[in-house]
Design a protein around this ligand. Sequence first.
Ligand SMILES: [Zn+2]
Length: 448
Amino acid sequence: MSPSYLNFLPFLLRFFPVCIYIFTFSLFSEPNFRIVIDPGHGGVAKDPKAQHGDKYDSVTQTYLETYKQGTENGSITERKVVLDLAKEVHKVLKLTETDVGWKEFESYLKLFSKKNEFTRVKLISHLTRESSFDDDAPSDDPNAPYRLYDFPDPKSGIRKKGRLSKINELKPHLVLSLHLNPASKGQKGGMAAVLTPGYKTFSNLKKISDKQKSPNGFLKGPWSDWLIFHSGWSKLENATADTWIYLHGYWSKKNGKETDLSKFEGYRQNMISWKYADDPNWEKNIGKKGPYAKTHEEFLESGRFWEREMGKKEEWRREGGKEGFGGDNHYVTRELMRFVQYGLPIQLKEKDSPYPELGPIQKPYISTYSLPTYTNALCAFIEIGYVNRSRDIKYLTQNKKETAISLAVGIYSLFVGLDVKKNPNLPYNPKGKKVNWERYETYFEDVL
Ligand SMILES: [Zn+2]
């Protein structure tokens, strides 16, 4: 040992306890992941729209749409079923925050895996709402806690944050949004993913609508099964209308070429509070060549939001990936559905309950949805059941706890990975693969 090193020794010994402390702290503090659970809807579709609606447009100073109340069947309402389930998932995730809770959480992981030891993580969960409009006392503005977009306080005029802004404020890694759908005649029920493609697909559709490209590639591809929201229009015509809503905010006419100036959905990137909104006074550029043009020809993708849309991370989130299309959003959504499809029968078998026959995983709903576009997180947007199918409602209410455990174990698996016991008797087995979170770097923090 050299004399110079010996001189340094007292210094090292003095700081040794500090080094030990830092080392053990980094070794024994579990990684934290942030999850927001969003039970869909909660508000009331009340008139007048100008007073009670959602999608507040600061330019025309009015609400662009009636509040979307969600689906219902008799006394069963989507808002109540998904709220109760969301609360239960929240409760199970919260177990990971304490040592006692973790023991219980581990017992759930053991139902799905042959392993006996599991990496400890903390899954920090938040709910976007804990009530619905019908739980609250009469209010002047009953939709205030439930709107998606920012809106002015009716008395003070001060801008208040809607749900999308509140979600982004929490900087989640994952958003779990729970919804129900009505089943059409003959449909078996079950569950389905809700997806929005990335810029690549919309840019392709833009070229198709401008007749710069043949529609054949799109029609043969996985996004072709677009949601028909305008009956009488083809899937491609609906996809084109959605593309222009996504781009300049206006619907296109049936021919895809012209803008329908009577149907406006807003400059949505500026209707929430986040770093991807345009600079103040952006309204001055409305109607000019650029991102607020009113014709297809004059529209240009410029500004922070469009830079984000065209970036690599948005592509990972919404295009390609483990499911073949829909990116990590599709993977997290489908994986959580597989966990429910797998987790319900194995848990109910253990309790000698009748084996629940679940409806299948249906094909995804594809459109330009607000949640996957304007939140800065991976989005598991699930139609978790069909409101008018009794077996769906049965497992979502009577087996709410088992459904919630399945979703919570699935969320754990998305962050850590899970060696799931193979069960060839079940129609769906989860893959148990974690998401490649590392490649997103500071994406989730970088939102305000
Ligand atoms: Zn819904």
